[in-house]
Write a protein that binds this ligand. Structure first.
Ligand code: DGP
Length: 112
């Protein structure tokens, strides 16, 4: 499968790694939208949050247990935003489930 994030996880494409364990991988976004912009992805290829089901929901739960540790590591003590884009209308450009962790300033009120 030709997937950028699978290639980042395998190390075939270099990235600025922030965190890794057996289930997930986190790295800095190549095109940051905020002073701190990190992505966290499952190692298993799941297309988007729309593909989450009873079998793989534990992966998402694990990711959400890791996010506060990453936020602390990145110095986001004043808060941050976690976003996942889904499909065409959701402006998902990489078809591998990922959560954006954005912070380092007070973010815009706009969500859409
Ligand atoms: P989304 O639009 O939600 O699918 O976000 C995809 C994000 O992935 C976007 O913010 C840019 C980032 N991205 C795309 N290709 C690469 C890459 O090769 N390396 C890194 N670090 N980030 C990437």
């Amino acid at each position: 499968m030709n997937c950028i994030f699978c290639s980042i996880i395998s190390g075939d494409i270099p990235s600025k790694k922030v965190y890794e364990d057996e289930i997930c991988f986190a790295f800095l976004d190549i095109n940051p939208q905020a002073p701190v912009h990190c992505l966290i992805v499952p190692k298993a290829h799941i297309q988007s949050a729309d593909e989450v089901n009873e079998e793989n929901a534990c992966v998402v739960a694990h990711i959400f247990s890791v996010i506060p540790k990453i936020a602390k590591e990145l110095g986001l003590s004043a808060g941050y935003r976690v976003v996942t884009n889904i499909g065409e209308d959701g402006r998902q450009s990489v078809k591998h489930l990922h959560f954006h962790i954005l912070g380092g300033k007070q973010l815009s009120e706009n969500m859409a």
